[in-house]
Design a binder for this molecule. Structure first.
Ligand code: GLP
Length: 262
């Protein structure tokens, strides 16, 4: 929904904070208004032309101030619809030592999870899926691909592959894959997770509502049952600006060498 311009822009005359070039004064004025809450996240700024008239500066000055604020993440520009105050992104912390599901990670932070289904079905496995999941020649692969969101903020695209023997009907997964597996006595107990930095390609950037080439995290999780069988091979792409992975580090068995001992 496009919000209308807030009242602050109706002030007459607008008094810019003194000091430095005009575009920086205007930038500071907008920044202050955002930080004080006078302009709220999601609200639209007046057009470049209207703002130039209201503040009595040139359109070039407005453009420059706005460009800097977009670069700093204070404002966002949507092609064809205007300039808006950016929504604050609450970063999500995920422990690297707990085998948790996306739903559990979010629930712990009081966030509700939503998934948009991109694909779910049983297919002939790729050679990689056959090897990683240890599939026999008669097994198919159940694939579920979801865009995972909290509220309206997309956080990750997750593409999971499982043996069709474990998940014969992917349509039966309602919201949480791990809850579904748990009910069938197939909740993974161990996983190996590999995390790599990535720049988002066109399709994933569009799904995650960020610019093409934005920073992202590629996460590959291979999960195991207590029996040692691989149950899940999931490739996820997380938005780099919303997720923090946190690992607790402990001193190992190696003694610390002091300067004199080296
Ligand atoms: C995490 C993992 C995925 C796993 C998913 C299950 O996000 N990266 O490998 O499939 O959780 O989440 P849920 O049970 O919410 O579907």
């Amino acid at each position: 929904m496009v919000e209308s311009s807030p009242n602050i822009f109706a002030e007459d005359p607008v008094v810019l904070p003194p000091g430095g070039p005009l575009y920086l004064q205007l930038k500071r004025w907008i920044e202050d208004a955002v930080h004080s809450g006078a302009i709220k996240p999601g609200e639209a700024l007046p057009s470049e032309r209207d703002l130039a008239i209201k503040v009595d500066v040139s359109r070039v000055t407005v453009r420059k101030a706005v460009q800097h604020l977009v670069r700093d993440g204070v404002l966002i520009q949507r092609h064809g619809s205007g300039t808006f105050v950016a929504l604050p992104h609450q970063r999500v912390e995920q422990s690297l030592s707990q085998l948790t599901s996306f739903t559990e990670d979010m629930a712990r932070r009081g966030m509700a999870v939503r998934s948009i289904w991109l694909d779910r079905g049983v297919y002939a496995p790729s050679p990689e899926e056959t090897i990683v999941l240890g599939l026999s020649s008669t097994e198919g692969v159940a694939r579920i691909s979801r865009l995972r969101l909290t509220g309206d903020t997309p956080l990750a695209v997750e593409r999971a592959s499982l043996s069709s023997r474990i998940l014969p009907d992917p349509e039966q997964v309602s919201s949480s894959l791990y809850t579904h597996l748990e009910k069938a006595g197939n909740r993974p107990v161990r996983a190996i997770q590999r995390i790599r930095a990535a720049n988002l390609g066109e399709d994933d950037a569009k799904l995650l509502d960020v610019a093409v080439g934005s920073a992202g995290l590629n996460i590959e999780r291979i999960s195991y049952l207590a029996s040692g069988r691989v149950i899940e091979f999931t490739r996820s792409i997380y938005r780099g600006d919303t997720y923090d992975f946190v690992a607790e580090l402990r001193l190992g068995d190696q003694p610390i060498l002091t300067g004199s001992q080296k």
